[in-house]
Design a binder for this molecule. Sequence first.
Ligand SMILES: [Zn+2]
Length: 111
Amino acid sequence: MLDEINIASKELAKGAKMLSKHCENCGFPLFERDSKEYCPNCKSEKIVSILDDKKINKEFKSHDITYKGKSEVLDKKIEYLFKKLDEETEITRINEISQAICALIKIKKYT
Ligand SMILES: [Zn+2]
């Protein structure tokens, strides 16, 4: 689980965006950068066009609004925690924040 956080924070630091989708191979959260959707864990990637993305969003909305809403809340919190983690210098706080991120990623996986 700590590895996942390391990978994810590196991707966020590079300016990638964490998506509310997961890798088909390993279940790791997918990231998006330069119109590419990729899994930083098993290095699989695919190029997504903006059109495709819009289509997916539309499908998402018509299928399950609650799911999307929940997922967005989790994404926001995870991003917030990563920012906090970046600023934090106290070991106990870093530990606390890491655990909170772990918990959120876990929830995200099963949402
Ligand atoms: Zn993967």
